[in-house]
Design a protein around this ligand. Structure first.
Ligand SMILES: NC(=O)c1ccc[n+]([C@@H]2O[C@H](COP(=O)([O-])OP(=O)(O)OC[C@H]3O[C@@H](n4cnc5c(N)ncnc54)[C@H](OP(=O)(O)O)[C@@H]3O)[C@@H](O)[C@H]2O)c1
Length: 245
């Protein structure tokens, strides 16, 4: 598409579009006729995600995020929805000598969601514009040895609820999805770190299984594209097999 042309198809921007949940979101929206722009921190990574426009951007850097949103607008002439999916695990220890891990986890998971939302919001269309933030069940519940991640994901839920009020003036909806264990690299790495098997973890889930990345993508698509979700805003929806029930 030439610069300054406007895409006939609706355009999604998803962060963390190299693998896992982000990749499933790209596939879901493309299969329904959307154009998808995505970012991750490496060119090779974002290329593997299969988006229509792969951009290198650290969501924890507001200047880079602003430039990235401008690239999306320059390329497609419109932006209809944003999914803040980029995230990192970590921040598990309270280290008396070093705050860098705390700041890294808060910056990518929470500040990144704020930076992308504030840069994208002016371009989202009134009435049909949508923002979906990927939080976690750890955005609704505390657990031991996860202070920074829990703080960041609770922050994402709080930000979602507050932004929903501001965006409602333009009838734009803002919601959060709070997944339980989802079968991705992030979950598999964490299971190894804490030395617990999938079968043991599944015992704490009433439905007795992990969530698949495609299920998160399906719910995100519902929140963005379904008429039935038009009145749904400021919500934090646990997609967790009943873990928090
Ligand atoms: N898996 C779970 O059990 C689970 C449960 C609850 C919530 N979540 C949340 O779901 C989201 C997706 O997680 P996932 O399981 O799909 O994890 P993943 O497989 O590790 O993927 C994380 C994605 O985020 C990107 N990313 C990381 N840091 C970034 C940064 N600074 N700027 C831009 N992109 C960045 C990664 O790309 P690069 O590494 O290529 O930059 C990758 O595409 C996260 O917000 C996570 O906290 C996951």
């Amino acid at each position: 598409m030439n610069a300054n042309q406007r895409s006939q198809k609706p355009v999604l921007f998803v962060t963390g579009g190299s693998r896992g949940i982000g990749k499933a979101i790209i596939e879901k929206f493309q299969s329904h006729g959307w154009v998808v722009a995505a970012c991750s921190t490496s060119a090779q990574g974002v290329q593997a995600g299969g988006s229509d426009l792969g951009l290198v951007c650290d969501v924890g850097n507001s200047v880079q995020v602003g430039q990235t949103i401008q690239s999306v607008i320059r390329t497609f002439g419109r932006l209809d929805a944003v999914i803040n999916n980029a995230g990192v695990a970590g921040g598990y220890s309270l280290n008396p000598d070093d705050d860098s891990e705390w700041h890294r986890v808060i910056n990518i998971n929470l500040n990144g969601t704020y930076y992308v939302s504030k840069h994208a919001l002016p371009y989202l269309p009134d009435y049909s514009g949508r923002i979906v933030n990927i939080s976690s069940v750890l955005g609704l519940k505390g657990v031991p040895d996860a202070a920074a991640y829990c703080a960041a994901k609770h922050g994402v839920v709080g930000f979602t609820r507050a932004l929903a009020h501001d965006a409602a003036k333009r009838h734009i909806t803002v919601n959060a999805i709070c997944p339980g264990w989802v079968r991705t690299d992030m979950a598999l790495t964490r299971m190894q770190e804490i030395g617990i098997s999938e079968s043991n973890l599944q015992k704490s889930v009433p439905l007795g299984r992990f969530i698949e990345p495609q299920e998160v993508a399906d719910l995100a698509y519902f929140l963005v594209a379904s008429e039935a979700a038009a009145g749904l805003t400021g919500q934090a929806i646990a997609l967790d097999g009943g873990f928090l029930a």
